[in-house]
Design a protein around this ligand. Structure first.
Ligand code: NAP
Length: 483
C-alpha cells in the first residue's frame, strides 16, 4: 500500500485535493498494479484553478517576453535535473520502455522549454510601413489557457503547450489524462521549486467529463489547446465554440508509409519498423498502413517480418526492451477487437495477434499485445482506415505512384505519412499530393521544432510549432499610426 502515491491538484500555488474528495485510481500498464490515486476533480476545482489563473494574468502579462523566456529556461534547468525521475515515472505510468522515456519523453520535455525560451529571445515585433503611416503589430496574451493532453506522450505534449502559452503571457490550467498523471504533477513541483508566480500554472487532475469538459466550456477560459482523439476533439470543439475561444485541436491519424520499388530496404528497414511500432504504435504519427510497390511486395514482407519478430517486447525497465505494454486494459481490448475484425474482414495475421508468448509472471496482469502485422485486407477496409492506435500495421500492394497516393488519401484522417525511396525528388512530389499535415521522405519523426505541426481533415484544426505556436498563443493586434 505504501507504494501507492496520492497526487494533488496544484491551484494558486497550493497542493489541494478535489473538493468532492473522490479519487481516481491509476494503474501501471506493464503489471496492472495500482500505483497512484489522483483527485477526481469537478467543476468547482476547475473554477478555483481558472480564478487563480485569471488573478495571476495581469502580473504575468506585464512581464516582457524576455523575462518570460528566462522563466522558461529556469523551468528547463529544473526539469533537466529531474530528467531521470521523469523517465522512470513516464515508463511506469505509460508502460513504455525506459530507453524511449529517456530519449524522447524526458529529453524532449526539457527541449520544449528551451526551444520556446529561444523563440522568445528571437521574437521580433513586426511593423509594416505605408507611404503615410506605420502599422505596428503587437502580440498580446490571450488570457487563461486551458490545456488538455493525452496519455501517449504525457509530459512531452504538455510541455509543448505550456511553454509557448507561458512565453506569450498567458496563464495556464492544465488537465492531463487521468491515466498518466505522474509527470504533470512533477511539472507542477518544478513550477513551485523555481518560484513561478502563484496562479500562473495550475494543474487539475481528473477525468474528461468531470474536469476536462468544465475546463473547455469555462466562460473565463480564453483559449483551448487540445491533443487527443478525434471524437473527443469534436466534443471539445462544440463546448469551446459557444464562447468563441481560440481553439487548437491535434487529433488522431491513420498514416500511410509508402515503400517505393527503388527503396534501399537494407538501410531503411529499421526506420520503417520504428515508424510502425514506436511506443507500441501509440504515437499519432505512426505509420499503421504500409503501402508497398507490388514488384517488391514479397521481399519487403519477408524482411519486415524478420525485423518485427526480432524486436524485444517486455519489461519496460529493461534497457534492452524495445516495446512495452499498452496503456490500459480497455485500450488493449480495443486493439485486440480490431485484430478480430481484421480476420472477419479477410485479413491474414502474419505475426503477433495477442499477448507476447512467455511474458514473465510479473507482467501477466499487464496490458500486452505483441507487434502485429496483417496482410490481405482491402485498403478501404475498416482496419485499414480507422485509427487503432496500437502495435498493429496492415500491408497493401500498389502498382504505381498514383495508386499509392489514392490509397494514402483513402481515410478521413490527414495527420502524417512517410515515403521511402532512392529518388528523393519523386518522393517529395508524391508528398505534395498526400492530404496530410506532415510527410517525411526517407525519415520519420525527424522533428525541427520550428516547423508547423498539425493535421488536416479529421486530424485537427490549426497548427502548433515554432511561430505557429507563438501566433496561436497570442492575439495579434495592429496599431496604425498616421505620419
Ligand atoms: P482522448 O480520450 O481523446 O483524451 C485526450 C484528453 O482529453 C484526456 O486528457 C482526456 O481525459 C480528455 N477528455 C476526454 N473527454 C473529454 C471531454 N469531453 N472534454 C474535455 N476533455 C476530455 O485521447 P487519448 O485516448 O488520451 O489519446 C489518444 C488519441 O490522441 C489518439 O487518437 C491519438 O492519435 C491522439 N493524439 C494526437 C496527437 C496529435 O498531435 N495530433 C498527439 C498525441 C495523441 P481522460 O483521459 O482523463 O478521460
Amino acid at each position: 500500500m505504501s507504494d501507492i502515491v496520492e497526487l494533488s491538484n496544484y491551484i494558486n500555488g497550493e497542493w489541494r485535493q478535489a473538493i468532492c474528495e473522490h479519487w481516481i485510481e491509476d494503474y501501471a500498464p506493464a503489471t496492472g498494479a495500482l500505483i497512484a490515486r489522483i483527485p477526481c476533480s469537478s467543476r468547482e476545482d476547475v473554477d478555483a484553478a481558472v480564478t487563480a489563473a485569471q488573478d495571476a494574468s495581469h502580473g504575468w502579462a506585464s512581464l516582457s517576453i524576455l523575462e518570460r523566456a528566462d522563466w522558461l529556461d529556469k523551468i528547463a534547468d529544473s526539469l533537466e535535473i529531474r530528467a531521470e525521475e521523469v523517465a522512470q515515472l513516464e515508463s511506469l505510468d505509460t508502460g513504455k520502455p525506459i530507453s524511449l522515456a529517456r530519449s524522447v519523453d524526458a529529453a524532449r520535455s526539457v527541449a520544449n522549454f528551451r526551444f520556446f525560451a529561444e523563440q522568445g529571445r528571437e521574437f521580433q515585433a513586426e511593423t509594416f510601413e505605408m507611404s503615410d503611416a506605420t502599422n505596428k503589430v503587437l502580440y498580446k496574451p490571450v488570457g487563461v489557457a486551458g490545456l488538455i493532453t493525452p496519455w501517449n506522450l504525457p509530459l512531452y505534449l504538455l510541455s509543448w503547450k505550456v511553454a509557448p502559452a507561458l512565453l506569450m503571457g498567458n496563464t495556464v490550467v492544465a488537465k492531463p489524462s487521468e491515466m498518466t498523471p505522474m509527470t504533470a504533477s512533477l511539472l507542477a513541483e518544478v513550477m513551485e521549486e523555481v518560484g513561478l508566480p502563484i496562479g500562473v500554472f495550475n494543474l487539475v487532475h481528473g477525468n474528461g467529463l468531470d474536469s476536462g469538459a468544465p475546463l473547455t466550456s469555462h466562460p473565463d477560459v480564453d483559449l483551448v489547446s487540445f491533443t487527443g482523439g478525434t471524437e473527443t476533439g469534436r466534443q471539445v470543439a462544440k463546448s469551446a465554440s459557444s464562447g468563441f475561444k481560440k481553439l487548437s485541436l491535434e487529433l488522431g491519424g491513420k498514416n500511410a508509409t509508402i515503400i517505393r520499388a527503388d527503396v534501399d530496404l537494407e538501410n531503411m528497414m529499421s526506420s520503417i519498423v520504428r515508424a510502425s511500432f514506436l511506443n507500441q504504435g501509440q504515437v499519432c504519427l505512426c505509420g499503421s498502413r504500409i503501402l508497398i510497390h507490388e514488384t517488391i511486395y514479397d521481399s519487403f514482407v519477408e524482411a519486415f517480418l524478420e525485423a518485427v519478430t526480432d524486436m524485444t517486447v517486455g519489461d519496460p525497465s529493461d534497457e534492452e526492451t524495445e516495446l512495452g505494454a499498452l496503456i490500459s486494459e480497455e485500450h488493449r481490448d480495443k486493439v485486440l477487437s480490431y485484430i478480430d475484425l481484421a480476420e472477419e474482414e479477410g485479413g491474414d495475421i502474419l505475426c503477433g495477434g495477442g499477448a507476447p508468448i512467455g511474458i514473465p509472471s510479473a507482467f501477466e496482469n499487464g496490458y500486452w499485445v505483441s507487434p502485429t502485422v496483417i496482410d490481405g485486407l482491402a485498403p478501404d477496409s475498416r482496419c485499414a482506415t480507422e485509427e487503432i492506435f496500437g502495435p498493429v500495421v496492415t500491408l497493401h500492394p500498389y502498382s504505381d505512384d498514383e495508386e499509392a497516393i489514392e490509397i494514402a488519401n483513402m481515410t478521413d484522417y490527414g495527420l502524417a505519412g512517410s515515403i521511402w525511396t532512392a529518388d528523393a525528388e519523386a518522393g517529395s512530389l508524391m508528398a505534395e499530393k498526400i492530404d496530410s499535415g506532415m510527410i517525411w521522405v526517407n525519415c520519420w519523426l525527424h522533428r525541427d521544432l520550428r516547423v508547423p505541426f498539425g493535421g488536416v481533415k479529421n486530424s485537427g484544426v490549426g497548427r502548433e510549432g515554432g511561430r505557429w505556436s507563438l501566433g496561436f498563443f497570442s492575439e495579434a493586434i495592429n496599431i496604425c499610426i498616421k505620419h
